[in-house]
Structure formats: C-alpha cells, structure tokens
Design a protein around this ligand. Structure first.
Ligand code: NAP
Length: 321
C-alpha cells in the first residue's frame, strides 16, 4: 500500500454514507475524503459535485469512489466511474437486478480498475470466528431470524418500497453471512413473500433453504418488528450449537460467549478496499443476491395489511381531526 492516502469521493450522501462511510474514511490511514457527489449535500468540508463526470473534470486527482446510492440506478454511476478511470466500491445490494450486477465485474476488468461489491455484515467481528469454528463441524440445521423495524432503520425512505427489494434489503445481510459460513451453495426451496396491500415490495418473508449438504436453513425476515430487534443466526452442528447474534457482532458456542476481535465492519471494508485499489482486484460475490432473486422466482405472494410510514401516519391523523 502507498503511504499517501488515496483521494476518494463518496457518491450519495444519505443515511449509510453519513453513519458509516464518512466516519470510516476519516479513520482510515489509506483514504482521504476529497469530494462528494450529491444532489443535496453541501454541508461537508469538501467540494460537492453533482455528477461523476463533473467530479472527474474538477478533481482529476480523485482515484476512487464509494457508491452509497440506493440499488436502482447503479449501472449508470458505476459505468461513469470506470469511464473516468476510478476504482469503485459499492454498498449492498449491488444493483436492482441480477443481470445488471453480473455486468459490473466485466466493466471493471475492461477498465483495469479495482471493484469491491461490499457485504458489510460479512465483515462483522464475529463472522470470521464463526466461519472458522464451523469449518470442521457437520451442520444439521440453521435458523435465521432477521427482524427489524423499517421505520427506525429506513426512516421516510421511498426507494425501499419500489418494486423489488423491500425486506430483502436487510435480509440480504443475513444471506451474506450465511453464504460465507455455511457449506455452499445455499439453495432456496420454498418462499412466502408478504406484500402490504399498498406497496410493491415485501414487508416480510419466510423461506426454506438447504445448505450445500442438504441441511435445512429456516429463515424469517421482517421489516415490521416492534420491540427488540433481532439479527440472529443459530447453527446446530454434530458438535455443539453456534449462535451468531446482533448481526454478527457476538458469538456464543453452546450458550457461552466467545471473545471476538473488535474492529468495526466499515473499518474492515476500507482496509480491504485499499488492497483492492492497490492491485486492481475484483471482489464481487453475488451469491447473496442470487438467493434474493430465487426467492422472488419461487415465492408465493401473500397480501398483508397496508403499511404507512411515520409521515403518512401523521398526515392521516391530521386529516382525521
Ligand atoms: P438513503 O438514506 O435514502 O440515501 C441514499 C442517498 O443516495 C440519498 O441521500 C441521495 O443522496 C442518493 N440518491 C441518488 N439517487 C437516489 C434515489 N433515486 N432515491 C433516493 N436517494 C438517491 O439510503 P441509505 O439508507 O443510505 O441506503 C443507501 C444504500 O446503502 C442502500 O443500498 C442500502 O441497502 C445500503 N445500506 C443502508 C444501511 C442503513 O442502515 N440505512 C445499512 C447498510 C447499507 P444525495 O442527496 O447526496 O444525492
């Protein structure tokens, strides 16, 4: 790795860019924030450009971009970044469709630039120790419970209810861990997808998967979890029970906590991206995204109660007064 930090721009300054990317870049010895590409964010201490083309023209020293926009519309951004000779990191999910996502590695290869389709949950501190512990065990059954409140984690976001991803936006985080720690390839066997009657994306899903040795993987995803939030994976093996809880942050073996090294997910992501930039590598595992696509192919569609976010609920109450 070069000693000089790599000038990087963040594209799309929303929740995840502000919560994680900007702080992780500030803490990274390998990167230095040089600009943002944003339609709105003019409050940061770096230039804000409106497009990647404008970024490349104004700041040719920028070498990399982190794309933190919603999955719809990624192709145009990624193609523009490679045309400008930039190395590219993207947030999960990689794209709006599988075909679109499958094209990114070819774009990177043609440009001769590094490309990192990140899975932040895979970088959670307890995931690598869980994978190591499972490596010599026989998995008998896995249970995944990824239950969160969309009102808390995606306040007011409209893109999440566009046709497509819905509850699989967090669910794909569970898939990114499961495809990394369980014997592969995982396969969807059955799925039930619950669509609020006023939305085009599912708010909940139950899935039956099998791992690469045929052991069952029972999955529940919800975007409507009131009370404690759960991001848990339990794996029963021939020699004990593994619990990966709090989104891969804590590990228990047979109920006893196992100490894990504490390095935040996004710090790990930027350390890996520095290596990817250094040797122009492509890291684009689409296995978690394929499971989502298969769930939509196989899934039974069920109608659920209508969903209203906080703003819509407030407006409805105001109109009723
Ligand atoms: P968000 O708060 O809605 O921010 C997305 C940003 O992208 C917007 O602020 C906007 O930035 C830009 N943008 C460009 N085109 C847009 C469009 N058509 N609709 C909405 N925004 C558009 O979303 P987010 O929660 O940060 O999620 C972004 C990506 O990160 C998603 O792929 C999501 O799965 C992933 N992610 C989110 C979380 C989380 O906790 N929310 C966690 C991990 C990963 P400008 O105004 O700057 O142009």
């Amino acid at each position: 790795m070069d000693d000089i930090p790599i000038p990087i721009a963040v594209v799309g300054i929303g929740k995840i860019a502000r919560d994680q990317h900007l702080p992780a870049i500030a803490a990274s010895p390998a990167f230095e924030l040089a600009a943002v590409v944003s339609a709105h964010a003019d409050d940061l201490d770096v230039p804000a450009l409106r497009t990647i083309e404008a970024l490349a023209a104004a700041l040719p020293e920028v070498r990399a971009v982190a794309i933190c926009t919603p999955p719809i519309g990624r192709h145009a951004l990624i193609a523009a970044a490679f045309r400008a000779g930039l190395h590219v990191l993207i947030e999960k999910p990689p794209a709006a469709t599988l075909a679109e996502a499958e094209g990114f590695a070819a774009l990177a290869a043609a440009a001769g630039r590094g490309f990192y389709a990140t899975w932040h949950a895979r970088e959670a501190p307890a995931v690598a120790p869980a994978r190591a512990w499972l490596a010599d065990k026989q998995v008998r059954r896995t249970e995944i419970r990824w239950l969160e409140d969309v009102r808390v984690w995606h306040p007011g976001q409209q893109w999440i209810w566009k046709p497509g991803i819905g509850v699989f936006d967090p669910g794909i985080n569970a898939f990114s861990i499961a495809t990394h720690i369980l014997p592969g390839p995982l396969a969807v066997q059955e799925a039930a997808l619950h669509f609020p009657e006023n939305r085009d994306a599912p708010i909940a899903a139950e899935l039956a998967l099998a791992d690469g040795h045929g052991a069952p993987v029972d999955v529940q995803f919800s975007f409507d979890q009131q009370g404690p939030q759960r991001w848990d994976i339990r794996v029963e093996t021939d020699r004990g029970m593994l619990d990966l809880v709090e989104g891969g942050n804590r590990l228990l073996i047979d109920g006893a906590p196992v100490p894990v090294p504490h390095l935040p997910e996004y710090h790990r992501i930027y350390a890996r991206f520095a290596d990817i930039v250094a040797d122009g590598r492509i890291d684009a595992d689409l296995a978690p995204f394929r499971l989502v696509a298969d769930a939509f192919l196989l899934g039974t569609r069920r109608t659920a109660a209508p969903f209203f976010d906080q703003i819509e609920e407030k407006n409805t109450k105001r109109m009723a007064i």
